[in-house]
Design a protein around this ligand. Structure first.
Ligand code: BES
Ligand code: MN
Ligand code: ZN
Length: 503
């Protein structure tokens, strides 16, 4: 899939890497190196042929993220990869990290062998999936605009398993390839410079790709958004020379088992508007402010391949947020779809304004969704509270929170639930309108979520604030420098495992 486009929307020749990952029962005779994952405690896998003391003598303790080369007289060199402290039970996340560590350590090689025999605790299918995800994601680089690529595809990555596990492992590999591709798509979309990927171009791209992805795509332009009364999206767009776009994606499997709505913040570039951001590193990262919409698109791009049985409707709320003579001013009042009025006290709190229109539209669907989940790079406060590795999760429904948490655990896109504390609701009062678009000085993630909560009616709803997790400053295990693609695998797993909560 080509998601890289130049300023005139001519597709740039795709640099999407094509990876070949297979499960095999025997190490290949010609392998130059075989990777073996070694925990920080307990038995050393038999193939290593050495005990802990011997490994410690060369400085290898099995620490997570560490590697050591072990030449042998009678076979290919072994690459020992530390799994870290498994506390007796190896997790999929540790194994994903180990595969990423291997692929980064051998960054020039396309042919690698990973020995998964003797790994207990994790089933064969999960081994195939997480090793593949770790390997493929660690090979990602946004190279589309460079003169020459800086990374090589995995042309022959094999996972050695016991003979009876080959089929299950391969099934996991195939799933891992799909999920990693979704996350890489989200990365490509976010890493693409804002001039290259305007809201209009993203709409064109979704229309072009929809049919091959099994998605129905409808794009709403400015005139149609005026017709719909989407005053939030239009108000944020007011300062821009680029048109806004609302992109609606529909995935409709036969005999759907439920209906899920996903709403994504798609600020193609967030300058702050009249409340202009300072020109610092954070401002430089604001092309990533469309990652909510990007992760909705990317997750939905693989639903058919993953065999998701629930219907899913995606709402991508896209515009940039710019200052200009026509921009929304502080004190202006916007009317959200459905009639709620909002006083804009800070034009940099724009994400909640565009999401509000999307949430209302989601509640209005004839086939009312069982659950609405929104995802947004919404508040610096989420980053202050939870850092760059954990996203904030808020919900008006415990079952929704639990299902999101379970998906996050499976994909290692960590989330932590923060309270939707209604006592802070009064901070959103305005002297002139129904709501103010900012709360007080503290609990910024909660007050932003309370604002969104006003627009979901009584539908079970979950909210993911991915401001902290949207980017990596340097390569780090399966996260590659730039956009992390955070949310794409999480939402895909969530949709696949989705069960409508009990009424
Ligand atoms: N896109 C930003 C949030 C953000 C900050 C994302 C840092 C990633 C990293 C959002 O639109 C924003 O500017 N939020 C303001 C809200 C405030 C004005 C109430 C913030 O967090 O400062
Ligand atoms: Mn902002
Ligand atoms: Zn923003």
């Amino acid at each position: 899939m080509t998601v890289v486009i130049d300023p005139d929307f001519n597709p740039v020749p795709s640099r999407a890497l094509s990876h070949d990952v297979r499960a095999v029962a025997e190490p290949s005779a010609s392998a130059q190196a075989i990777a073996v994952a070694v925990p920080a405690e307990g038995d050393v896998p038999a193939i290593v042929g050495l005990d802990r003391a011997a490994l410690a003598a060369v400085g290898f303790t099995g620490k997570a993220g560490s590697t050591t080369l072990l030449p042998r007289q009678d076979g290919p060199v072994l690459v020992l990869v530390g799994l870290g402290d498994t506390k007796g039970t190896l997790t999929g996340a540790q194994l994903r990290d180990a595969a990423a560590t291997l692929v980064r350590a051998a960054s020039e090689l396309g042919t690698l062998e990973f020995d998964a025999r003797g790994l207990s605790d994790v089933d064969a299918r999960t081994i195939g999936q997480v090793v593949t995800e770790g390997a493929v994601l660690a090979r990602y680089r946004y190279d589309a605009l460079r003169s020459a690529p800086t990374t090589v595809p995995l042309t022959g990555f094999t996972i050695v398993t016991p003979a009876e596990d080959v089929a299950e492992t391969q099934a996991g590999i195939d799933r891992g390839l799909i999920l990693a591709r979704a996350m890489d798509t989200a990365r490509d979309l976010a890493n693409t410079p804002p001039r290259h990927l305007s809201a209009e171009k993203l709409g064109d791209l979704a229309v072009a790709l929809g049919p091959e992805l099994g998605l129905e795509v409808e794009v709403f332009d400015r005139a149609q958004l005026i017709e719909l009364g989407c005053g939030g999206l239009l108000g944020v767009n007011a300062g821009s020379v680029e048109e806004p776009r609302m992109i609606k994606l529909s995935y409709r499997p036969e005999n759907a088992t439920g209906h899920l709505a996903l709403v994504g913040k798609g600020i193609m570039y967030d300058s702050g508007g009249i409340s202009l951001k300072p020109s610092n590193a954070m401002h430089q990262a604001m092309k990533f402010d469309m990652m909510g919409a990007g992760s909705v698109f990317s997750a939905m791009s693989v639903l058919r391949e993953l065999g998701a049985t629930t219907a899913v409707t995606g709402w991508m709320m896209c515009t940039d947020n710019m200052p200009s003579g026509s921009a929304t001013k502080l004190g202006d009042v916007l009317t959200i779809r459905g009639g709620t009025t909002v006083e804009v006290k800070n034009t940099d709190a724009e994400g909640r304004l565009v999401l509000a229109d999307g949430l209302v539209l989601a509640t209005e669907e004839a086939n009312r969704p069982d659950v609405i989940v929104d995802i947004a790079t919404l508040t610096g406060a989420a980053m202050a509270a939870l850092g760059t590795r954990t996203a904030a999760l808020l919900a008006n429904n415990d079952e929704v929170a639990e299902q999101l948490q379970a998906a996050a655990d499976a994909t290692d896109e960590n989330t932590w639930r923060l309270p939707l504390d209604h006592r802070y609701r009064e901070q959103l009062k305005s002297n002139v309108a129904d709501l103010s678009n900012i709360g007080g000085e503290y609990a910024g993630t909660t007050t932003a979520a309370l604002f969104l909560n006003e627009f979901v009616d009584d539908i079970p709803w979950g909210h993911l604030d991915i401001a902290g997790t949207m980017k990596a400053d340097a390569d780090d295990l399966w996260r590659s420098a730039g956009s992390t693609g955070f949310g794409a695998r999480l939402l895909a797993e969530f949709a696949v495992g989705f069960r409508a909560p009990a009424k």
